[in-house]
Design a protein around this ligand. Structure first.
Ligand code: UDP
Length: 240
């Protein structure tokens, strides 16, 4: 069942239901698209009708993050659960391994996808990774050719938003073997273990966001989208 949260039609699913929906896409006859907007991306979608329409065209829209879950609650239409993109991806690895589904990893800086592939094979023994490519390319056509030549049935597209969503929709018809593709932001960095986590005491005090901000002050503009998004939910409820 779809649930509207500030214009985005989220799928209202538990993690298990999301995994079943993902497996269902694998059985389809065209590439199914999964998007995982967090509050920052959902805020951009509120402000940009074209991007919003693109996201709403996906087969599965999963709420990546507490911000979206909070907004849905404020609006009086709570979502069942947060389904973070990286958690969905991690759980799908076992589904792929069980079914023998070939997975291709696209995105991040050179070398990261290969590192992520090794970690993924340890998480889901038997997993077949049929190819990897970094996310810094000019022309999309050779990338699509490589994916097709690999026979990939599942594709993780980790180029950041909105680049990854544009890539998936623009190349949907050209991807001949893919049945499920998911836009997963920085997930390959996460799997590869490249993201430096905050010191334990900061994680304990729930201050990991502050650590990231100190490391990368240019994130401030991006991070401010979360409170702005929550504010939109309050405003919409008042109008409601
Ligand atoms: N990335 C990429 N190609 C690009 C831009 C970004 O592969 O042209 C990768 C980047 O290396 C990172 C991921 O996309 O691994 C997500 O980037 P970011 O954290 O900025 O995106 P978010 O998911 O937060 O929107």
């Amino acid at each position: 069942m779809k649930l509207d949260v500030l214009g985005l039609q989220f799928d209202n699913l538990t993690m298990d239901e999301a995994l079943a929906a993902g497996e269902h896409l694998l059985e389809g006859d065209r590439p199914g698209i999964v998007v995982t907007p967090n509050a920052e991306i959902a805020y951009d979608a509120c402000k940009n009708a074209t991007f919003r329409a693109l996201l709403n065209g996906a087969d599965l829209i999963l709420p990546d993050g507490a911000g979206v879950v909070l907004a849905a609650k404020i609006l009086g239409t709570p979502l069942k659960s947060k389904v973070a993109g990286i958690d969905f991806a991690r759980n799908m690895l076992s589904v792929f391994a069980r079914r023998g589904t070939k997975l291709y990893l696209l995105g991040s800086k050179p070398g990261v996808a290969e590192q992520a592939a090794e970690k993924m094979k340890a998480i889901a023994p038997g997993l077949v990774i049929c190819g990897t490519a970094d996310g810094y390319f000019k022309d999309e056509a050779p990338v699509v050719d490589k994916i097709n030549a690999s026979g990939a049935e599942a594709l993780f597209v980790c180029l950041g938003a909105p680049k990854q969503e544009r890539f998936m929709f623009a190349n949907r018809d050209a991807l001949t073997t893919v049945r499920l593709m998911a836009g997963l932001g920085g997930s390959l960095d996460g799997f590869a273990g490249n993201v430096k986590r905050a010191p334990k005491w900061m994680i304990r005090l729930q201050l990991e966001w502050l650590y990231r901000l100190i490391k990368e002050p240019k994130r401030l503009g991006r991070m401010m989208r979360l409170p702005k998004y929550v504010l939109l939910a309050f405003r919409a409820r008042r109008k409601g």
